[in-house]
Design a binder for this molecule. Structure first.
Ligand code: 13P
Length: 239
């Protein structure tokens, strides 16, 4: 399975950020390595620009969220069809920041993932427990319920991103044994042929060991994906 290294830029980036991707491609000597799939998920305002500029250089583009409907009276929302039209190949759905900030439920995440498939995008469905849930030893129960509720029944192509909420932007990561236990669990609950990404404080310094854990098929990278040098180092750690 080819590893997928995806950068989630969150609410960061302006048109000038094209230069950061140009720098990234320069660090790859002109094109991303063939043995790793490299994806950047910038804010929606940059999806079309990045797709136009970088589709030939092996850097794919994805959205960070989509509405479940294809079009309609939903001010401020963006559909999966619009992302596909702008050149996206993937869309992140159910990120914990959306689950928290916008109270997105598993059912909504499932509908968004279904919308992504309808539009020909691959959904990256995010799951992960909070700190208090892990302290209570409930992480498998929580993630199991999120998987059961968030994956469309008929989705043949999707990616799961395991992102423990307490590891996002904190510099904390689970132990490698804990990552292995969760990824084995997700594998058992899903399918043999899907990619399961780890996300949460992935940095150049820990990427290689995390990516070497069984059933870790790539990473979803937040803060470190904003700097070309750091993101390139994480991509190279997957080789
Ligand atoms: P950080 O890599 O900044 O911890 O963010 C992880 C994340 O939320 C990616 O979706």
């Amino acid at each position: 399975m080819k590893p997928l290294i995806a950068g989630n830029w969150k609410m960061n980036g302006l048109c000038g950020s094209v230069r950061e991707i140009e720098k990234l491609i320069g660090l790859f000597d002109g094109a991303a390595p063939d043995d790793v799939e490299v994806l950047v998920c910038p804010p929606a305002t940059l999806v079309g620009l990045f797709a136009t500029e970088f589709s030939d250089e092996g850097v794919g583009v994805g959205g960070q969220d989509c509405h479940q409907n294809a079009s309609g009276a939903h001010t401020g929302d963006i559909s999966a069809e619009m992302l596909a039209d702008a050149g996206a190949a993937y869309v992140i759905v159910g990120h914990s920041e959306r689950r928290a900030d916008h109270r997105e439920t598993d059912a909504e995440v499932q509908a968004k993932a279904g919308a992504a498939r309808r539009a020909g995008l691959v959904p990256i469905i995010c799951v992960g427990e909070t700190e208090s849930e892990r302290k209570a030893g409930r992480e498998l129960e929580i993630v199991g319920a999120q998987l059961a509720g968030s994956i469309p029944a008929d989705a043949e192509e999707f990616v799961i991103a395991y992102e423990p909420v307490w590891a996002i932007g904190t510099g904390l990561t689970p132990t490698l044994d804990d990552i292995a236990a969760m990824h084995d669990f997700i594998r058992a609950k899903t399918r043999k042929d899907i990619r399961i990404l780890y996300g949460g404080s992935v940095k150049p310094g820990n990427a290689r060991e995390i990516l070497s854990v069984q059933n870790v098929n790539g990473a979803l990278v937040g803060g470190a994906s904003l700097k070309a040098e750091d993101f390139a180092a994480i991509v190279k750690a997957a080789l």
